[in-house]
Design a protein around this ligand. Sequence first.
Ligand code: GDP
Ligand code: IMO
Ligand code: MG
Length: 432
Amino acid sequence: MPATCVVGLQWGDEAKGKIVDLLGDGFDLVVRYNGGANAGHTVVVNGKAFKLSLLPTGVIRPNVTSVIGNGVVVYPPRFLEEVDQLARGGIDVSGSLFVSDHAHVIFPYHMEEERLLESGGEGKIGTTGRGIGPCYQDKVGRRFGIRVGELLRPDHLRERLKFVVPFKNRLMAAFANGHAATLKPFDPEAVATEYLGYAERMRPFVTDTSRLLQDSLAAGKRLIFEAAQGSLLDVDHGTYPYVTSSSSLPSGIWGGAGVPSRCVQRIIGVVKAYTSRVGQGPFPTELDDGSDGTGERIRRIGREYGTVTGRPRRVGWFDAVAVRYTAALSGADEITVMLLDVLSGLPELKLCTAYEIDGERHTHFPSDAYQLEKCKPVYESISGWSEDITKARKLTDLPAGARRYVERISELVGLKVSVVSVGPDREQTILA
Ligand code: GDP
Ligand code: IMO
Ligand code: MG
């Protein structure tokens, strides 16, 4: 059963989309199994950028079937917007895109709930504001969750919303605390009418995707699972509580796609040549060195602004302690080193090889955010390179400094490097 999983080994935005796209040609199905439109995956083909939040990256490849598994949380207007955006670009996804009837639906009250919780200051996570957390809460809480399949039964949906919405209105009024004036209660009937409109357009895409995937595996089809977010944002193993609400490791596949994880034979861990993070939470190697510092330079050259929210991403040096931890958790067989070109021109680069906590040296990653907060990075320095590397297509085209940097990452993480990326375009890739 030849399936592959592409997983981010940092805090997201490692350029997973580019790797999935590169592999896409050799696969029959690309599957999302976690998260929702909090993800932002950009793929550049011949200078043209495709930005996807909810749909799997496979949608831009002809002859690839794209699947949104049951573990994903779906915001219908976003789903339809992305379908329409592709249609405008000449890509027709009808018959090649499927969404699970078991996937949970994000409603406007989820976003409002999140807005209220995030605007309080205390307890802020720095979420993307896409209603992800509140929707997963309702899924796990069971009483208020509504699945995609339920959108297709109008009378049932009206009844469900008549029960759910008044409760949500009361809950939000209780949360509002100082924001009560800005709070507008939701009308169950209006929400039902709006969502029934989306449902009619979504109907042809909705199916039992778990069965579709099982049948595809049985027929010898080749699958790629595209993890959203990064391993350090995984709800169980990430830097809790500054994480997302789903399982972004390959372990999420079984629950989030309905096929056994053992069908995955190859796990590709994607890392940036440095580190980035969006939102709150500890980040030991963060470069917070002002407007003319190295951090700002990396942010500018790497265009480190969130695809979803436009927020400036926090950036820092490569953290080998964190990546050793996530490589082990995810079972990665290999790593791909992305955005190496962004580091060109820096005379000296740093790699974090250990942490110090209260004067004691540690080489294991403490995923608990409160412990991680106390970690001071221990760095090893390595000389940089000044050449532009965006035209390199083989390892031997890279200057010695860049080759040494990649080798050192490989040694520190303990995995081979299978791809080095030197620019956003599909072509700007070195197969190592
Ligand atoms: P994902 O969420 O993991 O798919 O990553 P994002 O798409 O959010 O962020 C990666 C960004 O880096 C995108 O804008 C890509 O187009 C871009 N990118 C990918 N690979 C490279 C690279 O090697 N060099 C540069 N400069 N940009 C890259
Ligand atoms: P991709 O797939 C980077 C971060 C948010 C926030 C935290 C929780 O593009 O790598 P949420 O809205 O999920 O409740 O926010 O997780 N986050 C991401 N950061 N890349 C992502 O996705 C992310 N998805 C969520 O910034 O810190
Ligand atoms: Mg992203």
